[in-house]
Design a protein around this ligand. Structure first.
Ligand code: MLT
Length: 395
């Protein structure tokens, strides 16, 4: 019996598990301190009322013989896929309901999508990067190469024609750096992928936070993307589904590689390994895309955007370089006074009792940077920012 030795190549702890462990150790040693967590991007506002009502109705339907549901369709119920397709239409992008699969979220999808690709593909990720793209490919034993995001390019890495990559993970608005690609920047990636026969796995989990018109909400807004891209999206950040779990993948029917239709491969993978999202959750998901659902979730997004503005203004006041906060719930900042990421993590935890995420955990280019989330409670966000200002001004 042998285990998958590729696991030996992983860092010992998943980043957010490490942050959670260090935080709980601190709380245990300092039970009198009120620790404010702006680390993991977990939402704090409740689900929209219209979503909760739909879920309750869904639960009631499961309790009656006439409306009971067993296994859902593998690709998700048609009415949910149609609702997603109509949502894309609302920002000018055409994707068919038959190109959408309902899933349990973008984290699982980005971790699982690799199942349909050969292990000898070269994977390109931008650095800093959401750790799931890297860890899941390490588990599969793939070679990973990095495109640098740094201050010089505003933490938005661009393709390099001298480099050959088969699978490219892009996330825009980016986790962790908060930068969002413009149309022209995405077009450059799309052109690269079409030219090199690569596939872009595009994580749009934060699309609802885009405020600038020149930053597309979907890669399928970009000419040429239908022949090279898969889009992953999620209701986690858009509608507070981090615990509820629902997302979707969009794969254009014409996307083919190596003589295979990519939608068909993903459908085959999902039908084999996943029994779908539960009926009450799919009912709730459809409600997110209703007119009233959109109105209600936009109120929550506006609340988080105001938190982002509060954090960004503090960085402006302190004269700290940062990206994000504008098209994104994340503020990616340069650690003050030349501190390292984990050094700043410990400093903030000990002196201000505020938790953030060390940039180094997202890759080499994250060293010396730090991520704060705007998904916290408003009062806590204000208090955290005041504490940060105080400890940095008194230093
Ligand atoms: C984050 O903090 O980066 C995210 O919440 C993690 C995730 O979505 O898995």
């Amino acid at each position: 019996m042998k285990v998958n030795k590729n696991f030996d190549n992983l860092v010992s702890n998943y980043l957010f598990a490490e942050v959670a462990k260090r935080t709980s150790d601190f709380i245990e040693k300092n039970p009198d301190k009120k620790v404010i967590k702006l680390g993991i991007g977990d939402v704090t506002l409740p689900l929209a009322p219209v979503v909760v009502d739909a879920m309750k109705e869904g639960a009631d339907e499961l309790g009656k013989k006439e409306t009971f549901k067993g296994y859902p369709d593998y690709e998700g119920y048609e009415f949910v896929r149609q609702a997603v397709s109509d949502y894309y239409k609302s920002f000018g992008v055409t994707v068919g309901a038959d190109e959408i699969l309902i899933t349990d979220g973008a984290k699982s999808d980005s971790g699982n999508i690799g199942d349909i690709f050969s292990e000898d593909n070269v994977v390109l990720v931008t650095d800093p990067v959401y750790p799931v793209y890297v860890d899941s490919n390490i588990m599969a034993g793939r070679k990973i190469i990095y495109a640098d995001s740094n201050e010089r390019n505003g933490f938005a890495a661009m393709p390099d024609d001298s480099v050959k990559a088969d699978i490219i993970y892009l996330c825009s608005p980016n986790n962790p750096t908060g930068s969002a690609y413009t149309y022209d920047q995405l077009k450059a990636w799309v052109d690269y992928a079409n030219k090199n026969d690569s596939v872009i796995i595009y994580d749009a989990a934060y699309e609802a936070f885009i405020t600038e018109d020149n930053c597309p909400r979907s890669i399928f807004a970009v000419e040429g993307a239908r022949t090279c891209a898969i889009e992953l999206c999620s209701l986690s950040k858009t509608a507070g589904f981090t615990g509820t779990r629902c997302g979707y993948t969009v794969i254009p029917k014409e996307l083919e590689r190596d003589g295979h239709n990519i939608y068909k491969l993903w459908y085959r993978r999902e039908a084999t390994k996943f029994n779908g999202v539960s009926w009450p959750v799919q009912r709730g998901a459809a409600a997110v895309f209703s007119e009233e659902g959109q109105r209600q979730i936009k109120e929550n997004i506006a609340y988080y955007q105001e938190n982002a503005r509060i954090i960004s203004s503090a960085m402006d006041e302190l004269g700290i370089y940062y990206t994000g906060g504008k098209n994104s719930p994340y503020i990616w900042l340069k650690c003050p006074n030349g501190m390292g990421s984990w050094e700043f993590f410990d400093f903030l935890l000990e002196k201000a009792n505020v938790v953030g995420t060390p940039g180094e955990g997202f890759g080499e280019n994250g060293a010396g940077y730090f991520r704060l989330t705007s998904f916290g409670d408003r009062d806590n966000t204000i208090e955290a920012v005041e504490r940060i200002k105080k400890v940095l001004c008194n230093r």
